[in-house]
Write a protein that binds this ligand. Sequence first.
Ligand code: AMP
Length: 410
Amino acid sequence: MNVLVLNAGSATLKFQVVRTDHDAIAADTDVKLARGQIERIGGEAVITVRSHDGVSSRHTAPLRDMSAAVEWLVEWATSGAANTSLTSRAELHAVGHRVVHGGERFSSSVRITPGVAIGIEEMIELAPLHNPHNLAGIRAAQRALGEGVPQVAVFDTAFHQTLAEHAYLYAIPYPLYRRHKVRRYGFHGTSHRSVAYRWRRISGLPKSDVRVITLHLGNGCSACAIVGGESVDTSMGFTPLEGLVMGTRSGDIDPAVLDFIASKEGLSLPQVEALLNSQSGLLGVSGLTNDMRDLLAEAREHNDRRATLAIEMFCYRARKYIGAYLAAMGGADAVLFAGGIGENSPEIRARICDGLQWAGLHVDTSANAALHHGREGKFSTTESTLQAWVVPTDEELLIARDAYRTVSRG
Ligand code: AMP
């Protein structure tokens, strides 16, 4: 089955075309036929695509909205230009959509029916920055491929629906949960699931025996405690603001700070929330950038004090979460690193792990240094009782496989 995978944002659209089926999933032989992203939708869009043979190309086109963007990519992917071997739209058999918020209603991937679309729409009040764009992607794909092509929603929150009540509730008056569904939802679920699943395949352990901590460290960052293939705790909460220090987000903070900053700085509460989302984290502390690569360079080359501090805060918070999850799970087999930082920065991985020797995690420095640019592998020593691995995340592949499974189940 050829699955078009779409991740629609406000002015961007990331996509892949993946060929997958039952045998390919079992043998890990799914084929990525094409991938790319369209940026600056709404004006003169910039399109970067990579075809099956590895050839990349850049285009520009006036794409007024998400429909025009999806139309462009469907035409490109099926016209021969992409070298996908697809020659008509009919060869795109299903579409898998990344949808950020599924609330409490969606605990797994589902085929999109009119009722499901309404459900995604109802979740807009919980994810106003994401769900409307995900819906626009769904409607655009329906227009481009017709109502007959099945579409599947894969939710960022669904994986964490297995959290127990004591883990997902905030200790606030219970009626606020009942009336407004104020609780921890967690995000990045597709990434955590993808990484944990892949490690289980590598380790050969039965699902029920696996206890791992996954760290998705990219521009957004989250940690997840996984027991027997199920999420038992995760660091993001009601929104993706809670938890680890991120590129521009503060992560955990005393909520009393919001009102204090608002009154001291003459800001409204929504303005303070925006400050915590987009001007905090690595950017806010360093005053320089949200980009970890640049921060590491600043710290190394110019000994910049605040860059060094931001990096230290980032690593310390991640280490604290590992400790918390070891306690929550009663120990773990492995800590798995993923995301742009987790996959590419031996230095950050080493700094996070330094101080976890008590838990049995000892870093093998040369193995750690060799893991970057999509390489998968272990970087803890053979004597370690808590292993450390880099397992690159592949959310698109998981979305394609979920779409295949959901559609073939009927
Ligand atoms: P993502 O959101 O997963 O694409 O990750 C983006 C983050 O990964 C940015 O902070 C990048 O600076 C960071 N990153 C990418 N490559 C490296 C690297 N070699 N060393 C440190 N950070 C990196």
